[in-house]
Design a protein around this ligand. Structure first.
Ligand code: COA
Length: 260
């Protein structure tokens, strides 16, 4: 799928998805949220895609948040519909069944920060600025940010970021665990693609199960979470890749995973 709001490019087993509204720093209006959601629905079932990189068009912004022009016209009911659409999109990205690497190439504010947090890993350009500035508009985060930020950086730092609205630099984001890596802007695309490709080369069912168990386990009791892990550990033995990985080690050769 390629519409002018969302661009999709393939490099081997990696699809790069670009939010393309650079004139408004890739702010997300309802149509863009729908197009981005539709793109991820397609990618979820495309077996040739083993990993996704998500980024923003231009060199200024990843996504500068929800479209404030649209926000200004909300009523309580349309606001609830907007937040539910945002949750559906972020849950889809988080539970895609394959890794999504956010290549944070500039401002990741509000909904942009929230989409990045729903991704599996985040790589940021040194020039990126990341935060949840909703409080400065008199509102609150609505794409899952109130829940994903404290899970990533801890409650105190998350509350400070949400209550002041002040964004953090890429370096600070790395220090507090909000992003995995920081690189120079001109190295960002290659770094994100490299990370996505490295994960894409692993056994896909094992990748899918790890993401699933981590996401769901974090919201469960330790007992329930380890039970989930045990079930997933059993299920990966239904794959040829589990035999191949262990056999290749014993035969002192590199594993050739086929996704079966
Ligand atoms: N929604 C709608 N339009 C947005 C936007 C958003 N979230 N973020 C930026 N834009 C638009 C600006 O209105 C401007 O449009 P214009 O050229 O027609 O005036 C254009 O994008 C460029 O932004 P501008 O503000 O001129 O750039 P800047 O370098 O001075 O500031 C930001 C950059 C990101 C600091 C500033 O745009 C900003 O604060 N944006 C809003 C961020 C936010 O609060 N997001 C959370 C929403 S819940």
């Amino acid at each position: 799928m390629n519409d002018d709001r969302i661009l999709i490019e393939r490099t081997g087993a990696v699809a790069t998805v670009t939010v393309n509204r650079p004139k408004v720093l890739n702010a997300l209006n309802a149509e863009t949220v729908a197009a981005l959601t539709a793109a991820f629905v397609d990618l979820r079932t495309d077996d040739e895609v083993r990993a996704v990189v998500l980024t923003g068009a231009g060199d200024r912004a990843f996504i500068a948040g929800a479209d404030i022009g649209e926000l200004a016209r909300l009523t309580p009911l349309t606001a609830r519909a907007l937040t539910e659409a945002g949750h559906r999109m972020c849950d889809l990205i988080e539970g895609l069944g394959k890794p999504v690497i956010a290549a944070v190439n500039g401002y990741a504010l509000g909904g942009g920060c929230e989409v990045a947090m729903a991704c599996t890993c985040r790589v940021a350009a040194r020039t990126a600025r990341i935060g949840l500035p909703e409080i400065t508009l008199g509102i609150i985060p609505g794409y899952g940010g109130t829940q994903r930020l404290p899970r990533l950086v801890g409650r105190g730092r998350a509350l400070e970021m949400m209550l002041t609205g002040a964004p953090v630099t890429a370096e600070e984001a790395w220090r507090i665990g909000l992003v995995n890596r920081v690189v120079e802007p001109d190295a960002l695309a290659a770094e994100a693609l490299g990370l996505a490709s490295a994960i894409a080369a692993q056994a896909p069912e094992a990748v899918r199960r790890i993401i699933h168990v981590v996401s769901h386990g974090l919201d469960a009791s330790m007992n329930d979470a380890t039970a989930l892990e045990a079930t997933a550990f059993g299920l990966v033995w239904a794959t040829e890749d589990a035999r191949e990985g262990t056999t290749a080690f014993l035969e002192k050769r590199k594993a050739r995973f086929t996704g079966r």
